[in-house]
Design a protein around this ligand. Structure first.
Ligand SMILES: Nc1ncnc2c1ncn2[C@@H]1O[C@H](COP(=O)(O)OP(=O)(O)OP(=O)(O)O)[C@@H](O)[C@H]1O
Length: 556
């Protein structure tokens, strides 16, 4: 375990962590004095002490009060720091998730991402603040108690000292067995979250195909596995504590046993024996603390690996690159080839020019690669060979944020979030004027249905826009793209869900909205094709010209 890597998360909170550690160290000092003072009190009670009972009793109460106060203070400091570190890690991780390319998520289970954001991050923050910081006082208490016991009476302290390696061996063995179980437990947790999330999202399909029982059984299988793993881990956790305490108790009894003769002969003062027994009691605390430490180290190691493996994923570079002030908008594909990972090539040496300010209709069979092609303009993917150019500049030389800022998209699958219609439409341009907003709504032919809703633009759409019809969702997506007023528009079947009248009305009024913009319009609908200045077809990974008008070098 690279402990130093966890420690770096605490650097911003080094002051509060140092204060907490200082409290814990003073508390350790108080804890180590209690058995000594306790022994003196016992000596005083049987009349063999050097001090009066009252001052010793008061000193003991004072020491306990100090321990309590310091425990509360360090507990509060640790708890607050853990929450702060947790918030930092979570924000850092979420921000990084967002900076990763879209393709990263195509190969991941969403449940695993949720699990890193919740369980793993929790684990790391807790490990750093409780386990690692607490390790110093724990070890000091252990060493201090052993040292003081051996100094008091080496002959009697040895059974207790001997018990320590037994404790260590027992916990190490137990946690070695737990390591694979903890890994399976976490893996299974991610799978369970993923399945529940996906199934709840596709619940209508589950119901339509009457697959509730099968899906419930699939989820139950994961949950039961989680239960069984949890029980196996829990069994070890609940066994180790009492087992350790048994060894401690046996060691104490051996001490008492050995002390009998010396106690009777007066060779062993009662105060010393009481101190020794109190030190033995004190030892159980760091021993169970260390046992827990090993377990938490195992958990934190896995959590840190997963956390860092996400952070190690290279983020999209949003900083470097050219930031064009104005663009004409010519898009050119030069010998572009692309294959999705593990698939055969989708695009093979595609050459295509969309002149600035013109509308290109892109057609082709399902799976021909139309969406794949426009994703290259957004740089969701990079060409395996060839280049995509904007006004003659390779897209890879442009600033990614600036490039995406120039493009409005209506994707094939409308991506709405749980907010109002207004929030969804102004998503890319929160500062847009009311007039521009209404104009975009009008162009997207969305005004009639919005007016009919009880709260108009302030109606909430539900998660992923579930409270809207498919066509309504698409109209909102179109309005969202238009409100951005981008020089380049990518419309991936924007009217696929429109009724024929709605589509005709959109086509009739869209010319104005599209005028002056470079538009790539993916469509299978003849009515929408009327908007195109030129039409090409994608077939077998290559461009085949179809319609009239300038296609440039739009041939394969
Ligand atoms: N993330 C992905 N990973 C692997 N293969 C993919 C991925 N996305 C798409 N594909 C594959 O790439 C091919 C082209 O898909 P694409 O979505 O570009 O087709 P399309 O022409 O837009 O189809 P449609 O008309 O159905 O929308 C398909 O065979 C598809 O299975």
């Amino acid at each position: 375990m690279k402990l130093t890597r966890v420690l770096r998360f605490g650097i911003p909170y080094r002051v509060s962590l140092t204060v907490a550690l200082a409290f814990q160290l003073i508390e350790t000092g108080a804890a180590l004095s209690i058995p000594w003072v306790g022994g003196k009190l016992a000596g005083g009670l049987i009349g063999s002490g050097d001090f009066g009972i009252a001052p010793i009793a008061l000193a003991l109460i004072g020491l306990f009060a100090l321990r309590t106060a310091l425990r509360i203070a360090s507990g509060i400091a640790i708890m607050a720091t853990a929450e702060r570190i947790l918030a930092d890690l979570r924000t850092q991780l979420y921000t990084h998730f967002q900076s990763l390319p879209v393709r990263y998520f195509h190969n991941q289970r969403p449940g695993d991402q949720v699990a890193v954001l919740t369980r793993d991050v929790d684990n790391i923050a807790d490990y750093l603040t409780s386990s690692l910081i607490g390790l110093v006082p724990t070890v000091l208490t252990l060493i201090g108690a052993l040292f003081l016991m051996l100094r008091l009476d080496p002959a009697l302290a040895w059974p207790l000292a001997m018990a320590v390696p037994v404790f260590v061996l027992m916990t190490k063995l137990a946690y070695r067995r737990m390591r694979p179980l903890s890994r399976d437990l976490r893996e299974n947790y991610g799978a369970g979250v993923s399945l529940a999330e996906e199934n709840l999202a596709i619940l209508p399909a589950i119901k339509t195909f009457s697959q509730e029982a099968r899906e419930a059984a699939r989820y139950a299988h994961l949950v039961h596995r989680q239960r069984d793993l949890g029980i196996r881990v829990g069994r070890m956790l609940v066994t180790i504590g009492p087992a350790l305490r048994f060894v401690a108790a046996a060691a104490v009894i051996v001490v008492l046993w050995l002390s009998g003769d010396r106690l009777r002969s007066g060779d062993l003062p009662v105060a010393e024996l009481v101190s020794l027994l109190l030190y033995a009691g004190l030892l159980t605390e760091p021993i169970s603390g260390l046992a827990g430490f090993w377990g938490r180290t195992e958990g934190a190691r896995g959590a840190l690996e997963r956390f860092e493996s996400v952070l190690d994923e290279p983020a999209e570079d949003m900083i470097s690159g050219l930031q064009p002030d104005t663009i004409a908008g010519e898009i050119r594909f030069e010998d572009v080839s692309f294959a999705h990972s593990g698939r055969k090539g989708t695009l093979e040496k595609v050459n295509l020019t969309v002149p600035a300010g013109r509308v290109l209709a892109l057609t082709g069979e399902n799976g021909a690669g139309k969406s794949t092609l426009v994703d290259l303009i957004l740089r969701f993917n990079e060409p395996d060979a060839g280049r995509v150019l904007l006004d003659g500049t390779d897209l890879r030389d442009l600033n990614l944020a600036a490039l995406r800022g120039l493009i409005g998209v209506v994707p094939q699958q409308t991506l709405l979030f749980d907010g109002t219609l207004r929030d969804n439409i102004v998503f890319g341009r929160p500062d847009v004027s009311e007039a521009a907003l209404l104009r975009a709504i009008e162009l997207a032919r969305a005004e009639d249905f919005i007016r009919a809703l009880p709260d108009g633009l302030d109606t909430t759409v539900g998660s992923r826009g579930v409270r809207l019809s498919g066509g309504q969702r698409q109209r909102i997506a179109l309005a969202r793209a238009l409100v951005k007023d981008p020089p380049i528009l990518i419309l991936d079947e924007p009217t696929a869900m429109f009724d024929p009248e709605g589509e005709a009305a959109f086509v009739a009024s869209a010319r104005d909205a599209l005028a002056g913009r470079t538009v790539v319009l993916i469509t299978h609908r003849p009515a929408s094709l009327a908007l195109a200045d030129m039409t090409v077809r994608l077939a077998a990974g290559r461009i085949v010209p179809v319609g009239s008008g300038p296609t440039g070098e739009g041939t394969a």
